[in-house]
Design a binder for this molecule. Sequence first.
Ligand code: UD1
Ligand code: UDP
Length: 373
Amino acid sequence: MARIRVLTVFGTRPEAIKMAPLVKELEKREDTFKSIVCVTAQHRQMLDQVLKLFRIYPDYDLNIMKPNQDLWSITAEVLMLMKEVFEKSKPDIVLVHGDTTTSMAAALSAFYAKIPVGHVEAGLRTFNKFYPFPEEINRVFADELSSYHFAPTETSVQNLINSSVDKKHIYKTGNTVIDALLHTIENNKADLSYIGLNPGLKTILLTSHRRENFGEPIRNICKAVLELVKRNENIQFVYPVHLNPNVQQPVRELLDGVERVHLIDPMQYAPFCTLMKESHIIMTDSGGVQEEAPSLGKPVLVLRTTTERPEAVEYGTVKLVGTDTQKIVDEVQTLLDNPDEYKKMSESINPYGDGLASKRIVEIIEKEFKKQE
Ligand code: UD1
Ligand code: UDP
């Protein structure tokens, strides 16, 4: 039997973290699979950090990132450039991940080439096309364009069943982010000393990068940080600031040089996992962090008003707080002052996966393609 040619396409930090375990699993099964990796490099530095950690050497690198790029250019470049990659690599299946513009445009390009697409992290929805923007429509399109849907949870399976996608190939696999998290924590001992944290203070980890939060919302988040450090002498913030200029500018303007606020560069994944583990509270608008933190038993305050990841909200370890300054201050203060409330939110749960998602996805692909022989 000829090997199954699997082309994995990704471009940003979160896609790379979540696709890395899958690439590694395909590489392990080299008798059955020919693994081919194409990165669009929608992110450059933040993608390369992950490639280095997982020792992934792409076969194709489209290198598309431009400073302050827009959605049109990402879409057009990925759509066009993937055509040649398909012609050269001749894949049997193309794997894309989640909801980025890389994923949507690569799936569309594969559809035009009539190559089947497998969508990893399929079926997530808020049912609001502007929130998150453009991710909600990116993932709806990626699902519509795909033949194989690898859904992480029962909720995402149901979302797909209730949608117009072909129901024949919907699989509940768990989220590969938990594969990445468990592997990274087990195999890396990270040193956080460079941040200069005071071990006597409670650490609050903050990340933020969503388009909907650009402008006033991100400024409100920073103002909440200022108010919280003023009120509480026993806390410190660490904020690895996303490289997007729309994030860098307001954050640096409002928080640079503030005592007990550590603004740092985006972190390597391994130290970031260690920092999540060592934090007291996590404040974030990130999708991936919402999935990882509950496994580590950390309370998460989500700086958004909706989420496509309702499972941990239902368990009570993740809370949607939005971006109103006073609301953020009140919610953090409650967690700092009220041990019962803190305990309720810091139970360790695993609604997103068990660390075996990549293995399941690879086995499903093998079975599906053997059937077709
Ligand atoms: C993208 C995804 C978003 C995902 C996020 C993860 C889209 C439309 N958005 O958003 O879904 O949650 O990644 O972080 O697909 N930059 C660098 N170096 C880097 C990365 C970014 O300099 O390594 C700067 C560049 O100026 C770049 C800008 O950030 O133009 C924005 O990057 P882009 O991928 O367009 O948007 P994100 O907000 O990162
Ligand atoms: N992350 C990281 N370094 C950082 C911040 C985040 O490695 O400084 C990881 C985090 O653990 C998660 C992923 O990046 O796995 C989330 O990426 P991001 O928040 O950029 O995107 P989203 O998940 O919102 O699409």
